[in-house]
Design a protein around this ligand. Sequence first.
Ligand code: UDP
Length: 141
Amino acid sequence: MALERTLSIIKPDAVAKNVVGEIYSRFEKAGLKVAAARMKHLSRAEAEGFYAVHRERPFFNALVEFMISGPVMIQVLQGEGAVLKNRELMGATNPKDAAAGTIRADFADSIDANAVHGSDSLENAAIEVAYFFPATDVYTR
Ligand code: UDP
């Protein structure tokens, strides 16, 4: 497996629940290293731009409203097979379908307030990392 980087966002619901540290602990225990991080209250334009691929989906406006409802914690995770590893830690999009012990099973309330975002491919990871972090702010760990 190759060393990869992926973009992770701890969404407003999980930040409000004060479980940022618990979620970081899961990344670390799985061998993922934090290579960049920042807390940010996204503007509407930033959230719309980030989720532009979903613009035509019926849930787009609600998703944007949710993502700007409070600050989020944004991080780049680095490690062997980081994209898939993070997706496995997150669990299914709908917490009702998420496997026991995953972040969404433990901390998410609904399909829209679902605690975390994670890039779904290596190609999207590169785009999403660059959306939030200049290359000089991402550290090799
Ligand atoms: N989402 C939603 N309703 C849906 C499907 C998705 O609110 O019916 C939101 C949810 O927050 C999800 C995000 O849109 O995390 C992006 O959807 P995607 O299918 O890419 O899921 P993910 O990659 O986050 O598991």
